[in-house]
Design a protein around this ligand. Structure first.
Ligand code: URA
Length: 249
């Protein structure tokens, strides 16, 4: 038996999606700004069915509704941007449109990238999905392009693959990780867990130093070539499925 489609009160839905207060939404309906399937909705208390196609059918002053709650976006994080809600400098949340910053439930980053790391980071308002992606139980690999200060010496691949490496200040050994050497001072590292500053600390643990770090893949989802640094894109169901798919070797 298929599950019933949930419904929501129009003014509450739109207020939670950042379109204004419930009073504002009331004024917008009275002004005839909101339509569904071409019909103007004049009652802000009307219940709407939260179907995936609602954003294409519900127009506000002729513009399509933003993605419904349960949205997932990919962001190309530039260097120098912090994955935090309140800190000095540019925050990842500053890259979002104003209305998205006002959403409840709020968009949160799926894990973090350091201020000096660039690349693919996901954001969602779906707490279950967020935990599924970061939990080691689901084995979502994350791939990093690493540039190093010192020459690689040929021992690193085996050292990381063996697992058991202990990071400074930690008591739990690391899971095995795959390193592919791409140059004298460059490599691609795939991790299956996400500890604080993990890539930098792994290389520090074996006597090297990371000078540049970029994440280019989560699961089988690659950072699209046409997604410029500082840009974001709403993810489709297929994109989300790729996060949980096994990446091609
Ligand atoms: N490892 C790091 O050291 N930094 C990141 O941002 C991600 C993984």
């Amino acid at each position: 038996m298929s599950r019933p489609i949930p419904t929501a009160r129009l003014d509450r839905l739109l207020a939670n999606m950042g379109y204004g207060s419930r009073r504002d939404i009331g004024l917008m309906t009275k002004a005839g700004w909101i339509s569904i399937d071409g019909e103007i909705v004049r009652d802000e208390a009307a219940r709407v069915r939260l179907k995936a196609d609602l954003p294409a059918r519900l127009l506000i002053r002729g513009k399509k509704l933003d993605p419904l709650p349960g949205m997932v976006i990919m962001v190309h994080k530039p260097l120098g941007v912090t994955c935090s809600r309140k800190e000095a400098g540019t925050l990842i949340y500053d890259l979002l449109p104003d209305r998205w910053r006002a959403r409840d439930p709020a968009l949160s980053t799926v894990g973090r990238l350091d201020k000096e790391t660039s690349g693919l980071i996901l954001m969602t308002d779906d707490g279950d999905l967020l935990h599924k992606i970061i939990s080691p139980k689901h084995h979502v690999p994350k791939r990093y392009v690493v540039t190093l200060d010192r020459l690689l010496n040929g021992t690193e691949v085996a050292a990381f693959a063996a697992g058991g490496l202990m990071l400074d200040g930690e008591t739990k050994p690391l899971l095995p990780a795959e390193l592919e050497v791409t140059g004298e001072r460059s490599a691609i590292l795939t991790l299956h867990e996400g500890r604080y500053h993990q890539v930098r600390r792994m290389f520090a643990a074996i006597g090297n130093h990371v000078t540049a770090l970029h994440r280019d893949q989560i699961g089988a989802l690659g950072l699209p070539d046409d997604l410029e640094a500082g840009s974001l894109r709403v993810m489709t169901e297929e994109d989300v499925a790729k996060v949980f798919a096994v990446p091609a070797k």
